[in-house]
Design a protein around this ligand. Structure first.
Ligand code: FES
Length: 393
């Protein structure tokens, strides 16, 4: 312990900006803490020399003995509260360190943790909260290693890694009405947008419609009803599709119910989030009645229709050649073959899975379009092999 304190004293003296920056990670309200990356206030020559002598992982090891989110460079966040949000679903409130770039409402971040000795990551849509806090709502899914860990095992005090915010899901800037359509867990980015709009006092009419299979799966019900009570501009439609319950409407999204929200006044901007099937259904219904349509699907893209057989893929960097099904996104196919390509959202948004294609034809599983161009970049999560490929992996 004495050695640790001496180390910190020495480091504080020689590299004061880095030290105070780390301090800021647990005192995030302090706007006066200078950034070590700021050219005007960066570390001294001596401090930089000292920093070069102490590798990041050594600094992080010792810093973490003092505070678990202190780090020279890594974007980390500590779980400071945990609350059950619905069946098999929790909301975790996170206190990010100073390296975390806060997301805009509706954006996603890749959340990472070590599970059974292996680092795993998955994208979630955090809600920014007052006081530089973030809330993520996580549903445990059967094959989701990270989601099951976060719901069943993660505790207050645990530290998670956070990636850069990404995504362009946002309310249009004009005053036209907005229709938010959520299928199941798709409520989370829409909730972040709605909270931000509530904080602004609702500048336009908004309808939020959310479908869950059972009442127990519904998140944010009390909060949504409280917002609606306080803001007449918000119209709520909370529905179940499998189990009827007097507290909820019952039935799926269809043209008749949509007409009730789009038939009068200006055409609404529609934002939809849910499974790939829910989003495709919403898109088909809204084509002729929406002023604009934005959508995000949290489930993997569907397999390309009609594609049969296998393709040979040569991975030029590793020198590996393997055969994969042509009807699977490449990310899924490579993972099934035991590889671990970098990825984040798994839905074509974050670009984390982008890699070079040297040769061959791929099929975009969202649009069905084929790309025979050599020497292009592709996203593994939303492209499948339409023939033999050479990838820069
Ligand atoms: S994993 Fe995000 S774009 Fe592929």
């Amino acid at each position: 312990m004495i050695a640790l304190e001496m180390y910190i004293q020495v480091y504080r003296h020689l590299y004061s900006h880095a030290y105070s920056g780390a301090m800021a990670s647990s005192h995030a309200h302090s706007p006066s803490v200078p950034s070590p990356s700021s050219p005007a206030s960066g570390p001294s020559v001596v401090g930089r020399a000292w920093a070069a002598l102490v590798p990041d992982h050594v600094f992080d090891f010792w810093a973490a003995q003092v505070s678990p989110t202190w780090s020279r460079r890594r974007s980390l966040a500590r779980i400071v509260a945990r609350q059950v949000a619905a069946d098999h679903t929790v909301t975790l409130v996170l206190a990010p360190n100073r390296h975390v770039r806060m997301p805009a409402p509706g954006q996603h971040m890749v959340v990472g943790a070590e599970v059974d000795g292996r680092r795993v990551g998955r994208s979630y849509s955090p809600s920014p909260l007052p006081g530089r806090r973030l809330a993520i709502t996580v549903k445990a899914v059967a094959d989701g290693r990270l989601s099951r860990h976060l719901v069943q095992s993660a505790r207050v005090g645990d530290v998670l890694s956070l990636g850069e915010p990404f995504g362009t899901f946002a309310l249009p800037r004009d005053d036209a009405p907005v229709l938010l359509l959520a299928g199941g867990s798709g409520i989370t980015p829409l909730m972040a947008l709605l909270r931000a709009e509530a904080a602004r006092g609702f500048t336009r009419p908004i309808t939020l419609a959310c479908w869950v299979r059972t009442p127990g799966e519904a998140c944010f019900v009390d909060e949504l009803r409280a917002i609606a009570d306080a803001h007449p501009s918000l119209r709520l439609h909370l529905a179940t599709t499998r189990e009827a319950d007097p507290r909820f409407a019952h039935g799926r999204l269809d043209a008749a119910i949509l007409a009730g929200w789009t038939g009068e006044g200006a055409a609404p901007h529609v934002l939809a989030c849910g499974s790939a099937g829910f989003v495709a259904h919403a898109r088909a219904l809204c084509t002729d009645v929406a002023a604009s349509f934005q959508a995000e699907a949290f489930s993997p893209p569907p397999a390309p229709d009609g594609e049969q057989g296998e393709a040979e893929i040569h991975l030029s960097r590793s020198g590996t050649t393997l055969r994969v099904p042509r009807n699977q996104p490449l990310l899924v196919a490579l993972e099934a073959a035991g590889l671990r390509p970098a990825h984040g959202c798994r839905m074509g948004i974050c670009n984390s899975c982008a890699c070079g294609k040297a040769a061959g034809t791929t099929r975009d599983v969202l649009s069905g379009a084929c790309d025979p161009e050599p020497a292009t970049a592709l996203r593994l999560c939303v492209n499948a092999a339409a023939g033999d490929l050479v990838l820069d992996l």
